[in-house]
Design a protein around this ligand. Sequence first.
Ligand SMILES: [Zn+2]
Length: 140
Amino acid sequence: MIAMSVEYTDAPATRPEPSTGDTMPCPYCGHLLPKDAEHCDRCDWTRGATETAEGKASDAIAVILSIIPGLGHIYKGHRLVGLLWMAGAVPVGIFVLLAAIASAGFGIGLFFFYLIAVMLHAYAVDDRIVPPKEDEGEEY
Ligand SMILES: [Zn+2]
């Protein structure tokens, strides 16, 4: 008996069209606006408030996000670097934990050195606008 159903293998995907084809919800109040709306007529949202023209990332936000090591880098588009910082935080965190146990909590301060390093780097690193298409490698 080989009549197992295979209908799901290459069934034509019934893609539900997004209901908001030519509209978008206001980021502030959710009011449906035309997709190219420059401002909301229900609240004070303007397109410039949430979209910077060049997609320029904010250094300050990158630093704040670096409270979680790597997040600031990912925010700026450096996903690989961000993940490396994140991965680096694990052994550093374990070391700090051991140091903290050994020194009655004092070692926790060591983690701030790591955080500061991450934050400085997140601040200094250039934005990397993520290309829409996957390119080879993440070199930089
Ligand atoms: Zn609105």
